[in-house]
Design a protein around this ligand. Structure first.
Ligand SMILES: Nc1ncnc2c1ncn2[C@@H]1O[C@H](COP(=O)(O)OP(=O)(O)OP(=O)(O)O)[C@@H](O)[C@H]1O
Ligand SMILES: [Mg+2]
Length: 428
């Protein structure tokens, strides 16, 4: 232990100066590039030199330490010349006075397991807009040491979002709430300013104001599934949804845009539709996806493929369906027929999403974010939404789940199969 006072020279955006005043909750919300993450990282690194602190850096989902603020903190301690004070370990950062930074994903914790954090002095929740009601409900009463603090940084999404309602619209007693945007950040980088201006020029006003001014989206205008996902989230139906052995898994596929393939893994348990895993990759062969399915160790019911899976490739003369059938012998496939109008497929999916639907918070995280973002294409010239979906990186998972929306019927339906083992739509 050293009692030496550590001198640190660090600048903060003026709006964030109160960050050092004690408060039970410190809520920093705003658009991209406001300086939130840097300021919090620096403030915590400084505070933890002054006395031994146990600091929990949490986010909703953290599959690996790479997804945490571990690397941001280690960069910042370098920039603040605190390399002599801190030791950066693989999954922890330790100060020579006994301070510790630890990292966790909230979605994978239970009411029991979260108790190991009761000794925490400061909990920093990064990307708080993605944190579920359930996670807040189990975390906040766990941070219970006298004078303990909970710091949140977030880029608001929907106005009805859990974090926004809970900490900005009706903040708890003792909260310091601060909106901070790029215009408050004296070090806002030029590259980001180009991004910002492009966004203002090409995107709907509401979207620009959401991304860069930190204004929450008031309506789900233009977003096909946002209000359904918001409801699913606020009802706590994005949580741990484990694979139930003994119940076969269905998969729903999109063979998509930019050579990306997206697959949802689903179980129908009692009357519930449970999505246990969402997987996406690009530039991979069908062998890769077939192997991925086998490696999960699930028992499968049916794989639902989009209509174009029956098209024969010009190079090989074979269709995706034929190739998958040969790679996964004995598996059952169904090709979901093309709908005349994609909007009616989207509508079917919205209706189904309003039912008893659950998503695994960790394993479906990327898929859920894509569903939330799936939106109409914006007509720059006319400044209106076109009546068709935008094809971008977010649309693959959304197209994939449409095979469920359009094509899936719980197995009470008669399963008549043609000779190849495929279920026939016409004869069912
Ligand atoms: N104290 C600082 N000194 C120097 N540069 C800074 C400082 N704070 C922020 N910056 C610069 O501003 C950029 C944006 O800051 P930061 O990543 O903290 O913003 P943010 O609000 O967390 O943004 P996002 O919402 O995109 O996560 C940083 O990448 C860095 O270049
Ligand atoms: Mg940030």
């Amino acid at each position: 232990m050293s009692d030496k006072v550590v001198e640190v020279d660090a600048d903060f955006p003026a709006k964030l100066k109160p960050i050092f005043e004690p408060a039970r909750y410190k809520v920093m919300h705003g658009g991209r590039g406001g300086g939130k993450s840097w300021a919090v990282a620096r403030a915590l690194l400084i505070l933890a030199t002054q006395k031994p602190l146990r600091i929990l850096c949490a986010r909703e989902v953290q599959k690996s330490i790479k997804e945490s603020v571990h690397s941001l903190l280690s960069d910042q301690l370098g920039a603040l010349q605190l390399g002599g004070f801190y030791r950066v370990l693989d999954t922890e950062i330790r100060g020579s006075n006994g301070s510790r930074f630890i990292f966790a994903g909230l979605a994978s914790h239970t009411t029991e397991s979260i108790k190991s954090y009761e000794g925490v002095d400061i909990c920093w929740i990064e990307e708080a807009q993605s944190v579920s009601k359930r996670s807040f409900d189990i975390l906040t009463p766990t941070i219970r040491k006298p004078e303990s603090e909970i710091w949140l940084t977030m880029n608001p999404h929907m106005l009805s979002g859990e974090a926004y309602q809970r900490f900005v619209i009706s903040p708890p007693t003792g909260a310091w709430v601060c909106q901070i945007n790029y215009s408050d950040n004296p070090w806002f980088p030029a590259v980001l300013d180009v991004e910002r201006m492009d966004c203002r020029r090409t995107r709907p006003k509401e979207e620009y104001e959401n991304i860069w001014e930190g204004e929450p989206l008031r309506t789900a205008e233009g977003a096909y599934y946002a209000s359904q996902i918001t409801a699913i989230r606020s009802q706590g139906r994005i949580r741990e949804v484990p694979y139930q052995a003994g119940i076969p898994v269905n998969t729903f596929w999109d063979l998509g845009y930019n050579d990306t393939t997206a697959i949802w893994f689903h179980q129908r348990v009692t009357m519930e539709d449970r999505f246990i895993l969402a997987y996406e990759d690009s530039g991979e062969s069908l062998e890769h996806y077939a192997r991925y399915l086998q490696e999960r160790g699930f028992a499968y019911d049916t794989h639902y493929l989009p209509h174009d899976a029956e098209n024969k490739s010009l190079q090989t003369g074979r269709s995706v369906l034929e190739i998958l059938e040969s790679l996964l012998p004995g598996h059952r496939f169904e090709v979901v027929p093309r709908v005349e109008n994609v909007l009616s497929g989207i509508q079917d999916t919205r209706l189904k999403l309003s039912g008893a639907v659950y998503f695994d918070a960790v394993n479906c995280h990327a898929g859920i974010e894509a569903l939330e973002r799936y939106r109409k294409e914006w007509d720059e010239k006319l400044q209106v939404f076109k009546d068709r979906p935008l094809h971008d990186a977010a649309s693959n998972y959304s197209d994939a789940i449409r095979q469920w929306g359009q094509g899936y019927m719980p197995s009470a339906m008669t399963k008549s199969r043609n000779k190849s083992g495929r279920r026939s739509w016409r004869s069912s």
